[in-house]
Design a protein around this ligand. Structure first.
Ligand SMILES: CC(C)(COP(=O)(O)OP(=O)(O)OC[C@H]1O[C@@H](n2cnc3c(N)ncnc32)[C@H](O)[C@@H]1OP(=O)(O)O)[C@@H](O)C(=O)NCCC(=O)NCCS
Length: 155
């Protein structure tokens, strides 16, 4: 079975995941990946969890938690073989629960590329609403892409 680090490193260096998550497209070395995991796990305004289902298979995170407004910015990513199985939905529910308990979060926000139809369907299924569409907002290394801003009130 792969370790958490091996799975996170593979996702970090997967070029299609890099595009979907809007992070710089390049090969990250071990030190850079460790630094990313440290940033995420030590972020006092964030939460970061490895998703487990018969071993590590992705991560879910919250960043920019604002205690005044009760909002946090969501990110989620699974390895290919763990998609389409309902695992992401369970992980989202767990994150919502912990964010409500620990930070009294009331709202999750997120950004997604307009061409990422699968993620958009997934978020809509979980009752995220489209707040705004910014045309040609993100440059992915070859093209300017439209970005959809979504949010969900937690309950
Ligand atoms: C986004 C992600 C977490 C969703 O998890 P998942 O397990 O794939 O999600 P699900 O299969 O439960 O839901 C996806 C929905 O999109 C639908 N779907 C699948 N492929 C699709 C496509 N090409 N176009 C539109 N909808 C699609 C599925 O049918 C499903 O809906 P249904 O349950 O009503 O049938 C996962 O795909 C992932 O990690 N993607 C890569 C990283 C990423 O894009 N993260 C989001 C960045 S904002």
């Amino acid at each position: 079975m792969k370790t958490d680090f091996e799975v996170l490193a593979a996702l970090r260096n997967d070029s299609s995941v890099q595009r979907q998550l809007m992070i710089e497209s390049k090969q990250y070395n071990t030190d850079q990946i460790r630094a990313w995991i440290r940033r995420r796990t030590r972020d006092l305004k964030g939460m970061f969890f490895v998703i487990e289902s018969n071993g590590p298979c992705g991560f879910v995170q919250l960043t920019q938690i604002d205690l005044k407004t009760g909002s946090g910015d969501l990110g989620i990513c699974l390895i290919n073989s763990a998609r389409g199985k309902g695992i992401a939905k369970i992980a989202m529910r767990q994150l919502e629960k912990r964010a409500m308990e620990k930070y009294r979060c009331k709202k999750f926000t997120l950004r997604v590329l307009r061409i990422n139809h699968r993620a958009i369907s997934f978020y809509k299924k979980l009752k995220y609403k489209i707040i705004e569409i910014k045309r040609r907002h993100h440059f992915d290394g070859s093209r300017w892409r439209d970005v959809i801003f979504m949010e969900k009130r937690l309950r």
